[in-house]
Design a protein around this ligand. Structure first.
Ligand code: NDP
Ligand code: GDR
Length: 383
């Protein structure tokens, strides 16, 4: 039985990857940080009572800032594959805690590589490093001739997160070359899902659109509406991670859809799932998204609150507090190498992703509606 060790197992990708590897017959070890409240919501459905026979999923307390702990976990688990997904992954927050991010996202990668080397597991253990399109920084002059970022495009990170991740990228490549380790970077462009953290822009939008539809929220405040991202579905992207470690030769790969969309258009698509047409007017900080049409039949079918939904209502405003000190304006990846060499075939396009996220969030928010009717306070702090 193959053994995998996943850091960041409680995150979006960690949860989908765990499910995927368990289905493939792996024994999965996950590294989880201790927290004062449970933070395992995304993987609770996979957890098995540890007293039963045939347990194939085990959790270990650990942290990417703690070398000795990582060495002990790698020693105990003797993994065939390590997926280093653990990170402080929010770009805007990385401007608030840059030193911590350098330690976790940058040096944390070194700690994983060193643990494998110190334990003499270089020949046995393959390592996947969660690299990112944030390495490119969106500089127009660094795109290839066709207008995409690919495996040969130069890097120019634009946040403490991107700078920390560039260390992770190069130290992974260096250990591959210096010690002949099977260590690979997946340069993944943005990928989203119903499990996406609530403060990333797509999930913030799908949650808020659902709440507005149900009359639980009146307006969604966003930052840069003109930013463009290459958004895919996390379920497709974790499969690419696995494929990268199944190759004969260790290499780095771009994983992307090859399509880019503005935040503004993502908002339109999310509301359209509810039968609500939102149009934008105004410029910069004064820009607003207003309801210009409602398909009342569709809205009624979905159980939306037709008393609070009104034509002409402003449902999106800009709040400059969400602007970043340095922004990545546009990301667009070229997945040619991953499609040809890995045989990677994504199943979702952007429309499918938006549908999946909206269906899930509308259901979730209906629970909030029910709680509110029972006078229970529901959480509304999602920055
Ligand atoms: P999430 O933010 O959902 O998950 C991050 C995970 O890392 C969580 O399990 C978190 O634990 C854990 N973590 C945070 N700090 C530490 C630490 N000090 N020690 C150990 N674990 C820690 O991210 P995603 O699942 O979306 O992303 C997975 C990886 O891929 C990340 O490295 C991210 O930077 C990278 N990436 C993501 C992309 C995307 O679009 N999603 C694109 C490209 C790269 P806890 O639950 O306790 O907070
Ligand atoms: P990103 O994702 O920074 O690309 O990093 P995020 O969803 O946070 O931002 C995408 C774009 O939307 C703009 N934006 C807003 N973003 C947030 N979070 N909140 C807002 O209110 C808002 N309004 C506009 C942002 O300015 C940005 O341009 C994600 C993370 O998963 C990283 O870990 C990963 O490496 C990269 O994707 C690829």
């Amino acid at each position: 039985m193959k053994v995998a060790l996943i850091t960041g197992v409680t995150g979006q990708d960690g949860a989908y990857l765990t499910e995927f590897l368990l289905k493939k017959g792996y024994f999965v070890h996950g590294v989880k940080r201790r927290s004062s409240l449970f933070n395992t919501d995304r993987i609770d459905h996979l957890y098995q009572d540890q007293h039963e026979n045939d347990v194939r999923f085990k959790m270990h307390y650990g942290d990417l800032t703690d070398s000795t702990n990582l060495i002990r976990i790698v020693q105990e688990t003797q993994p065939d594959e390590i997926y280093n997904l653990g990170a402080m992954s929010h770009v805007k927050v990385s401007f608030d805690s840059p030193e911590y991010v350098a330690n976790v996202d940058g040096v944390g990668t070194l700690r994983i590589l060193e643990a494998v080397r110190i334990l003499g597991l270089e020949k046995k253990t393959r390592i996947y490093q969660a690299s990112t399109s944030e390495l490119y920084g969106g500089l127009p002059e660094n795109k290839n001739a066709a207008g995409f970022y690919d495996e040969n495009s130069p890097f120019y990170p634009r946040s403490p997160y991107g700078v920390a991740k560039i260390y992770g990228f190069w130290i992974t490549k260096n250990y591959r070359e210096a010690y002949n380790m099977f260590a690979c970077n997946g340069i993944l462009f943005n990928h989203e899902s119903p499990l996406r953290g609530e403060t990333f822009v797509t999930r913030k939008i799908t949650r808020a659109a659902s709440k507005i539809g149900l009359g639980l929220q009146s307006c969604l405040y966003l930052g840069n509406l003109s930013a463009q991202r290459d958004w895919g579905h996390a379920k497709d992207y974790i499969e690419a991670m696995w494929l990268i470690l199944q190759q004969e030769k260790a290499e780095d790969y771009v994983i992307a859809t090859g399509v880019t969309t503005t935040v503004r258009d993502f908002v339109r698509m999310a509301f359209a799932e509810l039968g609500i047409t939102v149009e934008f007017s105004g410029k910069d900080e004064q820009e607003k998204g207003v309801i210009i049409d409602i398909d009342t039949e569709k809205a009624a079918q979905l159980g939306l609150n037709l008393e609070t939904l009104k034509l002409g209502e402003t449902v999106v405003k800009v709040d400059p507090k969400y602007f970043r000190p340095t922004e990545v304006d546009l990301l667009l990846g070229d997945p040619t190498k991953s499609k040809t060499k890995l045989g990677w075939k994504p199943k979702y396009d952007l429309q499918g992703l938006v549908e999946d996220m909206m269906q899930s969030d509308l259901n979730l928010m209906k629970k909030d509606e029910y709680l509110k009717q029972g006078n229970y306070k529901t959480l509304n702090y999602f920055e």
